[in-house]
Design a protein around this ligand. Structure first.
Ligand code: NAD
Length: 274
């Protein structure tokens, strides 16, 4: 059924990133790694940025065996000089980037009365300083190239909701939504889109580490953490998968117009409903 006053969106069977260059932070593990693989399958050149060059290189090499052009970069996203050097290397080797996935993240859980200020600052730095430094570097390249591009921040259901024990994480993930909206407004003139993906719990190393930690902090079993904390509010008691998140990232990366900018997409088995 079509409406008389809205132009039909042309349907395509596959989303292509052919000829695009994408940089994914925290891409040596978990969600970021799967996004890099899916982007490569869609035709992109992919830059694997992570803390340790050896880890980034291992992921880049595995993806390259399938024919994609890859580049591994050591980048601590909290370090301005490291981010600038990493983006300069990409520019030199592959040209300006078209897609940034600002995905690197950590988790530290504790009740607020016990939260160390040093841990608060560490977590805020990875998520918010990292989001700022990498998106600023990406925007500069996207403006200079004249091609614009797509910036994707890895938010969380915790960009929308709160959970106990996660004060800096929830604050940072809410903050990324604000940053993405500002970039959507500032970027529009340069054909730069900016969006956030908000996954529910995904069984990556970041989450595996939290299960025993939360069990101890809450005084319950690990099974209860999974059932009664992590998946309690989903519609089907299922974890979100790295593929679910990667497909959402592909949609934001490949979407051809500003119709999708300044948005957040919750991918969480109904844990949070907009
Ligand atoms: P993960 O631990 O598997 O991967 C995180 C990656 O980030 C690692 O490779 C790590 O080395 C890298 N990293 C950490 N600090 C870094 C820094 N300073 N500079 C560069 N790289 C750094 O975790 P994941 O679950 O894949 O998480 C990826 C993102 O998804 C994070 O932003 C996380 O908050 C978000 N997220 C995860 C879940 C989940 O349930 N797993 C849910 C919602 C959102």
């Amino acid at each position: 059924m079509s409406s008389a006053n809205s132009a039909p969106v042309e349907a395509t069977t596959t989303l292509s990133l052919k000829g695009k260059t994408a940089l994914v932070t925290g891409a040596a593990s978990g969600i970021g790694k799967r996004i890099a693989e899916v982007f490569a399958d869609a035709g992109a050149n992919v830059v694997i940025a992570d803390l340790k060059l050896a880890d980034a290189q291992a992921t880049a090499d595995a993806i390259a065996t399938k024919g994609a052009k890859t580049l591994a970069v050591a980048m601590d996203v909290t370090d301005e000089a490291a981010v600038e050097a990493g983006f300069a290397l990409v520019q030199q080797r592959l040209g300006a980037i078209d897609i940034l996935v600002s995905n690197a993240g950590i988790q530290i859980v504790a009740p607020i009365e016990e939260f160390k200020f040093s841990d608060w600052k560490k977590l805020i730095a990875v998520h918010l300083d990292g989001g700022f430094l990498t998106s600023r570097a990406a925007v500069r390249q996207m403006i200079a190239s004249g091609r614009g591009g797509s910036i994707i921040f890895m938010g969380s259901v915790h960009s929308k909701e709160a959970s106990k024990l996660k004060s800096p994480y929830v604050a940072a993930k809410h903050g990324l939504e604000g940053l993405a909206k500002v970039l959507a407004k500032e970027g529009a003139a340069h054909n730069i889109r900016s969006n956030v993906i908000c996954p529910g719990f995904v069984r990556t190393p970041l989450v595996e580490k939290q299960i025993p930690e939360q069990a101890q902090a809450l005084g319950i079993s690990e099974d209860e953490v999974v059932r009664n904390v992590m998946l309690k509010d989903t519609v089907d008691a299922q974890f979100t998968t790295v593929d679910d998140v990667a497909q959402a990232a592909l949609t934001f990366a490949a979407w051809p117009s500003n119709a999708l900018t300044g948005q957040s997409l919750v991918v969480s088995h109904g844990w949070f409903m907009q």
